[in-house]
Design a protein around this ligand. Structure first.
Ligand code: TXA
Ligand code: MG
Length: 315
């Protein structure tokens, strides 16, 4: 029997060249980024974009993020504004995504952006993905490399588990350092956060007056479905103790170790907790638990992003 992980490759010149020719011919590659692993394809190719939607079973109305090496290349496809440069200077490359107006002569496939007139763009900082972007003449459409509405992958093994042999190349870049998806900021009109992330409201607000998008706003991110990031088993939030036979996700040192306890951060560090979140949810699912209880997580800094994901996962 073929090893199910034989689609995972270490990063070297051979893998780089193989990945580049694969992307050039319209195929998909699993790539590490600092946030989560992505499923990458040529954003200018109709066939590649179609493959992304098919493989992920993603609703067509949920647009993809387009990844570039720097703003000069992004400028070919979108209209950059002064608010963009305020944040780009401070946070890029890094875990932040900007929604901007598409240019009329942009080569991005309209299917990649759900026929909208805006594009989500990002400049990832992970060395491996950057070394690929440097060698390509097109940007990469790259959603998280998981089946639609599931948990984002934070290792090459997670990606292989999601798609099995349907994906031919996954580059192993180790565990994702940040562990949750980028902060998504809408810069068309007055700046708004559509998806919280590790770059927090507070740190963005220092450079640019920003708000969170209102709960029922129509211009909410089209892909911000209520149910998302789901491990496929019920999750109960704000629990004080574990229910019988449940996995219990805890936070902080007051929780002693027990076989069904999973501590996101013993030292109450919300950044560490974010990095452990998806890893922990996958582990619990694999162990066969039928339900998850979660303790209350402080709603500040990265905690806002953690609670956003937990809420959707429990929906
Ligand atoms: O960290 C990340 O952002 C990862 C890595 C791989 O880069 N990617 C990622 O992609 O999380 P995805 O497809 O799982 O999430 C993209 C989010 C979705 O909620 C989508 O609806 C939103 O970005 N989005 C994309 N284009 C948009 C647009 N034009 N307007 C509003 N939201 C948009
Ligand atoms: Mg996703």
């Amino acid at each position: 029997m073929k090893n199910i992980y034989s689609n995972i490759f270490p990063f070297n010149n051979k893998t780089l060249n193989k990945s580049i020719s694969s992307l050039k011919s319209g195929n998909l590659v699993g790539l590490p980024t600092e946030t989560v692993y992505g499923l990458a394809g040529n954003a200018y190719s109709k066939i590649a974009v179609q493959k992304i939607y098919n493989l992920k079973k993603r609703p067509k109305k949920n647009p993809l993020i387009v990844h570039y090496i720097n703003y000069k290349l992004a400028e070919k496809d979108v209209i950059l504004n002064s608010n963009f440069f305020k944040l780009y200077r401070k946070f890029c490359p890094g875990p932040i995504t900007f929604i901007l107006k598409k240019k009329n002569n942009s080569k991005i496939q309209s299917s990649a952006i759900a026929n909208l007139d805006t594009v989500a763009i990002r400049f990832p900082s992970h060395k491996i993905t950057r070394s690929l972007l440097k060698k390509l003449k097109f940007p990469l459409a790259m959603p998280s490399a998981n089946l639609s509405s599931g948990i984002s992958p934070v290792s090459a093994l997670d990606v292989s588990d999601e798609f099995k042999r349907k994906i031919k190349i996954i580059i192993n870049g180790g565990g994702s350092k940040i562990g949750i998806e980028s902060t998504v900021v809408n810069l068309v009109g007055s700046p708004k956060i559509l998806r919280p992330g590790i770059i927090s409201f507070k740190s963005i607000n220092k450079f640019l007056k920003i708000r969170f998008i209102k709960k029922n706003s129509k211009i909410r991110s089209p892909g911000m479905l209520k149910r998302h990031y789901s491990p496929g088993i019920p999750i109960l939030l704000n629990q004080k103790k574990a229910i019988k036979k449940c996995a219990f996700i805890t936070f902080g040192k007051k929780f002693k170790h027990k076989s069904n306890y999973y501590n996101l951060s013993k030292k109450s560090d919300l950044k560490e907790a974010a990095a452990n979140l998806y890893k922990t949810l996958r582990k619990i699912k694999k162990r066969g638990f039928k339900k998850i209880c979660v303790v209350k997580i402080p709603n500040r800094g990265p905690g806002i992003a953690i609670n956003d994901r937990l809420k959707r996962a429990s929906y």
